[in-house]
Design a protein around this ligand. Structure first.
Ligand SMILES: Cc1cc2nc3c(=O)[nH]c(=O)nc-3n(C[C@H](O)[C@H](O)[C@H](O)COP(=O)(O)O)c2cc1C
Length: 187
């Protein structure tokens, strides 16, 4: 097999399409698209965000919500990543329904079937760019994506991921093996 060295390209895949929602100090809801984020431990989310309206909001409010985008809302998810709340009201322009979280001072977008509601526990940086950790205080899920045992069923939800090599979104696909199970073939 032949290989090429791509230097520091960093093609770690998949990258998330997390829609991070927050309130401005005047109460205006906002949302942005975050690919550089993930669960950094079992009940915490880490997001790496630059100098954005969202960053200012989260630093001021100490809270945010994270909804993994689904295939049904690709256009809205992308819009949240190319328009800024510094210039437009993305909640109004997107037509999505922003409602207050019951648990933290941040909005939840009704159309997304899964949302983690987070309280900020650590900020490395400031309102102009930061690595922010949030403790998940509630996970809100639509019954439409639950299986018969009450578990989130990602096959029903069809989450999307960001493919940075082509700057496209891909839908998460089929099951190919059991975790903590497939490897037993070598034991
Ligand atoms: C696919 C995609 C992924 C993105 N990931 C990030 C990210 O991880 N961190 C970041 O700072 N900006 C990221 N952005 C850019 C922000 O979403 C964008 O600058 C947005 O306009 C910020 O919104 P705001 O100013 O309303 O907060 C991404 C954009 C796209 C389209």
């Amino acid at each position: 097999m032949a290989f090429k060295n791509l230097g520091n390209a960093g093609e770690l895949f998949p990258q998330s399409v997390f829609i991070v929602s927050s309130y401005a100090e005047d109460g205006t809801p906002n949302a942005m698209n975050v690919a550089w984020g993930g669960e950094c431990e079992r009940h915490s989310v880490c997001i790496n965000i630059g100098d954005h309206k969202t960053t200012e909001n989260i630093v001021a409010k100490g809270a945010f919500t994270v909804a993994p985008a689904d295939a049904a809302h690709v256009a809205e998810a992308d819009y949240f990543g190319i328009a800024t709340g510094n210039k437009v009201n993305k909640a109004e322009a997107s037509g999505m329904t922003f409602v207050p979280s019951e648990f933290v001072d941040a909005p939840v977008i009704e159309e997304f079937p899964l949302t983690m509601e987070c309280k900020v526990t650590d900020i490395q940086g400031d309102a102009h760019g930061a690595r922010i950790v949030g403790e998940i205080v509630n996970t809100r899920v639509s019954e439409s994506i639950l299986d018969e045992e009450g578990r989130v069923d990602f096959a029903k939800m069809r989450p999307i991921v960001y493919d940075s090599t082509r700057r496209i979104y891909r839908v998460v696909g089929e099951e190919v093996g059991g975790a903590w199970e497939a490897g037993k073939a070598f034991m």
